[in-house]
Write a protein that binds this ligand. Structure first.
Ligand SMILES: N[C@@H](CCC(=O)N[C@@H](CS)C(=O)NCC(=O)O)C(=O)O
Length: 121
């Protein structure tokens, strides 16, 4: 979204990206836990505010940027509702397909049999 903002001409959207190596556990380092106490990527630290604003959870980051730059979030109720529905869908579903899978694959790898279901511990 920061790239989209830059394409729209918002110079204030210039950003520094930092590599967080999940395999090395960078997400648990104090430098990352400060912007996101939940140790999950992505996180954003807006240093243009005083004090700096920390934003975590992808949906919160998208909403924060849309409000900050007053763009990419429709104003008309019908379009705004459609947009927010997809934003909430993203929060409720997409992270389970991506980050959620990684979480259970990495941290809960023991198979359990519960009733008729097989799950991971
Ligand atoms: N609900 C979070 C999910 C974030 C997430 O699961 N991120 C994964 C990478 S895609 C992560 O940081 N995993 C590191 C870990 O679980 O230790 C969001 O939407 O920001």
């Amino acid at each position: 979204m920061l790239e989209e903002l830059l394409e729209q001409g918002f110079q204030e959207a210039e950003y520094d990206a930092y590599l967080i190596d999940i395999g090395e556990g960078d997400q648990f380092s104090s430098g990352f836990v400060e912007p996101n106490p939940n140790s999950k990527i992505p996180a954003l630290l807006d240093t243009s505010t005083t004090p700096a604003t920390r934003v975590f959870e992808s949906g919160s980051i998208l909403f924060y940027l849309a409000e900050k730059f007053n763009t990419l979030l429709p104003i008309s109720p019908i379009e705004r509702t459609e947009c927010m529905s997809w934003l909430f869908w993203q929060m409720a579903s997409a992270s389970y397909l991506g980050g959620g899978f990684g979480h259970f694959y990495s941290y809960h790898y023991t198979h359990l049999n519960i009733g008729n279901h097989t799950t991971h511990q």
